[in-house]
Write a protein that binds this ligand. Sequence first.
Ligand code: NAP
Length: 485
Amino acid sequence: MVSRVIPVDPFDLVIFGGTGDLARRKILPGLYRRYWAGQLPDDARIVGASRHEMPDEEYRAMVRAAIEEFAIEGRDDAARIDGFLSLVSFVAVDATGEAGWSELAEKIRPDLIQAYYFSVGPSLFGDLAERLHKHKMAGKETRIVVEKPFGHDLESARDLNRTLRCYFSEEQIYRIDHYLGKETVQNLMAVRFGNVLFEPLWNALYVDHIQITVAETVGVGGRGAYYDRSGAMRDMVQNHMMQLLCLIAMEPPYHFDPDAVRDEKLKVIRALDPVPPEDIVRGQYAGAEGIESYFTDVEDEASLTESFIAMKLHISNWRWKGTPIYVRTGKRLKARASEIAVVFKHPPHSVFGQKTNDRRGNVLVIRLQPNEGMNLRVTIKEPGPGGMRLIEVPLDMSFAEALGPEAADVPDAYERLIMDVIRGNQTLFMRGDEAEAAWAWTDPIIAQWEEQGDRPKLYDPGSTGPEESLMLLYREGRRWRDIQA
Ligand code: NAP
């Protein structure tokens, strides 16, 4: 398979927070990979911006180090690294002051696409938008990219939307959720809406339940102070998992067009039922030999913040009424794995006389990480003599196998999304009303914990979370899929 890389139009990309962790680990290495692939035009410009003065050469050395650490595999070529670095420069700018703005404004070419990536703390998003406007750096072809978290609750998300919209139209605001940039997530839409096989079965009549798992092995690490104000609900469920849920559950859009897709996602969020306390399990990791507990990591023995959450959700619409959707996410779990599993119902009658317990429905697993891909579990006859004995086998839709090794070399989520920004395609970005609707659903759940002083259950590091989360499914005759890397 020969991949088709279509170069994007010339652009100026300013990365506010260009010396930060996200810029070094994801944004700059991602841009280098796109350069390597031939997608960046020779007259593209990438400008790093943050408060501390540094000559262009020093910034380029930092970018080179980031490429060598995060993007060098298979792309180690001094001339091409130099070629990429020739597109890069730096300006010292203070988001909250006046320093550096005139110099930055002079660098921007008003007749081209301008993309401003807000890779700074969320408290600076409003300041940046205001100053871009004040210094006349925003035109028709301007886009701003806003990192997560988009607000802390409904009120702050509304305030942020209002502030950004004072200076930019909704069509210019790209709220990034890197889960939407994953290859498999887009494949999920291709599989659902590009085939007739799945869609007729994609409803409460045939789907027993859906599981969405995002499991991490790491703890909160150096992000303890931030994480403790957020917790798994705000950090993962309100944004990433909600987006996955929307793509799984939405109606087919009339066209693969940004607003058509986002309209359908919004309807899913609005149809989510409130969640009663008995359908929620919150957890916090305990310590073990050589592993600090959550309390120690966040330096607060009294913290009531969850590092794990499992929930049973219901969508009240014609398609999904009665089909539970179980979501769980947590830190310090037994493996790093993210997947969506659509578990279909049993065949209504067993022609082969299996006992009910021996019968399993088909399961479609959409694997986000590691080993992106999909597999469909089907029942077949066990080969050989001995009558009609049934076994389950995975029908593996491994893209790499079917499409050749190039299929494994797909752009990572950030690369793809940055190119979408340049192309002006908002399909894989959250719209303002989606973000607000997600908070409107999340806020009452969190408020209830806070009112009641709800204490998360402790769980062992390396486990699958608190025992109680298993009961969420056991009590209904179901079980979680194992968390496997
Ligand atoms: P970080 O490592 O703390 O970097 C922050 C950047 O902002 C630095 O370059 C800093 O440089 C710059 N900065 C701070 N105050 C500034 C000001 N007043 N004016 C101009 N620049 C300023 O943060 P990060 O981890 O890269 O995260 C950036 C954003 O991405 C945050 O919103 C975060 O929530 C989000 N995010 C990060 C990750 C991740 O993996 N890191 C993942 C998802 C989302 P100076 O101090 O030199 O100014």
